[in-house]
Design a protein around this ligand. Structure first.
Ligand code: FES
Ligand code: FES
Length: 152
């Protein structure tokens, strides 16, 4: 049976009826119209669905919506401020790190969580930070470059 819960996403409050087994990814995409987080594998293996919960990167396909009342959820839709892209979004454009774009939102959110706590990361640290995010289009060189650019 569905239950009404309150979620805080990108600074907005949403009242939404969810089934006990509904994941955050399903609720965002189906109920709230937030489609930045992608459904890649739906089994915790690709990172396309990554969002921030209380500033930590989580796989939204593996997180029950019901567990998130009182938490601060940030999605790719919440990164830009006052019409200005987040430095990570801008860096991905400048470095040419977006190809088909399917992995990009999850990649940026994983990088966002990482850079909140790491100001001058090494390349190895950046690669480790996105180890849970797969890009099927390319190597990771430009993605790593973009994250380094945003850190600087
Ligand atoms: S869709 Fe969530 S990890 Fe792949
Ligand atoms: S840009 Fe296509 S999967 Fe990463």
């Amino acid at each position: 049976m569905k239950q009404v819960i309150n979620l805080e996403l990108n600074g907005e409050r949403y009242e939404v009826a969810v089934a006990p087994h509904a994941t955050l990814l399903e609720v965002m995409r189906r109920e709230l119209g937030l489609v930045g987080a992608k459904k890649g594998c739906d089994t915790g293996g690709c990172g396309c669905c990554t969002v921030l919960v209380d500033d930590r990167a989580v796989y939204s396909c593996m997180t029950y919506a019901m567990t998130l009342e009182g938490k601060k959820i940030t999605t790719i839709e919440g990164l830009a401020r006052d019409g200005k892209l987040d430095p990570l979004q801008q860096a991905f454009i400048e470095a040419g790190a977006v190809q088909c774009g399917y992995c990009t939102c999850g990649m940026i959110m994983a990088a966002k969580a990482f850079l909140l706590n790491s100001r001058s990361p090494t390349e190895a640290q950046i690669r480790q930070a996105i180890a849970g995010n797969l890009c099927r289009c390319t190597g990771y060189r430009k993605i790593v470059e973009a994250i380094g650019l945003a850190a600087r």
